[in-house]
Design a protein around this ligand. Sequence first.
Ligand code: SF4
Length: 258
Amino acid sequence: MAQWINTGCSLPQFRPDKAVPLRIGRRNALVHNAETLAHVGLIARRGPDSFRSRGMPEEPGTTLVTISGDVAQPGVVEVDRGTPLLDIVARSAPVAAIGAMLVGGYGGTWVGPQDFATPYASFSLRTIGASAGVGVIVALGAAACVVAESARIAHYMARQSSGQCGPCVYGLPAIAADLTRLAQGRTDTELMPRLVRRLDQVDGRGACRHPDGVVGMVRSALRVFASDVSAHEQGAPCPHWNTPRLALPGDDRGPRRP
Ligand code: SF4
């Protein structure tokens, strides 16, 4: 946004030294989202004790979470920091038993049922390799295929590249294509080593964090749902490939309900 205001060009800017303040014109710029500023306003009006009466001692207050996926009531909910992941998703009325959550949005981390009780707070999410990211949780029913959904997300994210950086422009479609082959069971002995190598080649090499988010999302799918990945590696095609569960922006098919 600062780049757009400064130059009229809305492309991410490579900033090797993030400690150098962002500037708009000659002035330093401070960028916060509306949720943070709303908290600041409420703390100023009601005092810090009111804010600290909610959430956890380590991370007080409430936070906004956007919930989508296999739920009847997708939308934004306000929860205390530290609320277990499954309790947050329950606010949106899941339409099926949840088998996976993508925490942090499409550039986030897949979480399996063994970690659904994790408190939604930075320090506890870190212990399972996740973060709140953009404040989005995508819930996936147990019958869905994380590999197939990850492939579709990777294709979508590849289309969102701004087209400036080679590793992002060429790497993300290649990663998405490898995941698609894996989900469809069209594997060979080179597929997984090639996918892992491509993830390493793209990681940290864009001007912005867009490709890093995709790399993290794919790595978490391979790690957390290793048994599903193994079945696909042995040639089992995804039975749900043509019936995707997650709605992606611009995808007019939308999620299919059971
Ligand atoms: S990493 Fe991708 S999205 Fe980010 S600036 Fe480079 S090409 Fe654009």
